[in-house]
Design a protein around this ligand. Structure first.
Ligand code: AP5
Ligand code: ZN
Length: 215
């Protein structure tokens, strides 16, 4: 199964991708995570991407297409994958189609997660994650079960993303509507698009996504 999770910052793409990994045993390919890893490692790509990401702008298609192309060639992607945060421009959409066509493959579903802007801003402002395993939490909606201890790995260290502030979020949302939302029409025309209501509680969104996958 080859899926794209499409939606604005804070829509819940990463949260739902984590659940899909567990249920379907296919990897999550998050370009945001890959770029943050490159920044943390101080690679050439990371050096070029850091300032762009901190400002909430899009990293160049050339860089992002290259890292995805290398990633989907790896053995664990043979039975499928979940693309989270990619493609984000029409150029990237064409690029992933070409990458898959070269292997005789195509996308099964593109799942658009719709959430109102005021809710997105609130979700991003309250987000934090485990510094050890990356499990994502929220100040109000999804706190660890034991205060200050990660549910998944027991770590007591948490972190926040530098781009999760009000100014940068405004830029990220603007870029989503300008560069990424045209993909909704693009995939609708191809017949692969399905839309779910991302405003519902996390478990209900998971159920909607599973229904779309089965349908
Ligand atoms: P990226 O890391 O992809 O960030 P994003 O798209 O802005 O998405 P987020 O990770 O912010 O949100 P999400 O939808 O995963 O939400 P989450 O599940 O965490 O990109 C970061 C940057 O990297 C970009 O700005 C750009 O610079 C660069 N980049 C990345 N990909 C690129 C590309 N393809 N091309 C160019 N540049 C690229 O949920 C958010 C919060 O809400 C959490 O706290 C969660 O607990 C909570 N929550 C989730 N679902 C619900 C729910 N249903 N109800 C209540 N709370 C919920
Ligand atoms: Zn953890």
């Amino acid at each position: 199964m080859r899926l794209i999770l499409l939606g604005p910052p804070g829509a819940g793409k990463g949260t739902q991708a984590q659940r899909l990994i567990e249920k379907h045993g296919i990897p999550q390919l998050s370009t945001g995570d890959m770029l943050r890893a490159a920044v943390a490692e101080g690679t050439e790509v990371g050096k070029r991407a850091k300032a762009v990401m901190d400002a909430g702008d899009l990293v160049s298609d050339e860089i992002v297409n290259q890292i995805v192309s290398e990633r989907i060639d790896q053995a664990d992607c043979e039975n499928g994958f979940i693309l989270d945060g990619y493609p984000r421009t029409l150029n990237q959409a064409d690029s992933v189609e070409a990458m898959l066509a070269a292997k005789g493959l195509k996308l099964d579903r593109v799942i658009e997660m719709r959430v109102d802007d005021d809710v997105l801003v609130r979700r991003v402002a309250g987000r934090f994650s485990c510094a050890n395993c990356g499990t994502v939490y929220h100040d109000e909606d999804k706190r660890p079960k034991a205060e200050g201890v990660c549910d998944t790995c027991g770590s007591t260290e948490f972190k926040r993303r530098p781009d999760d502030n009000a100014d940068t979020m405004r830029t990220r949302l603007r870029n989503y509507y300008k560069d990424t939302s045209p993909l909704v029409g693009y995939y609708h025309c191809k017949g692969t698009l399905r839309t779910v209501d991302g405003m519902k509680p996390i478990d209900e969104v998971t159920q909607s996504i599973e229904a779309v996958i089965k349908g």
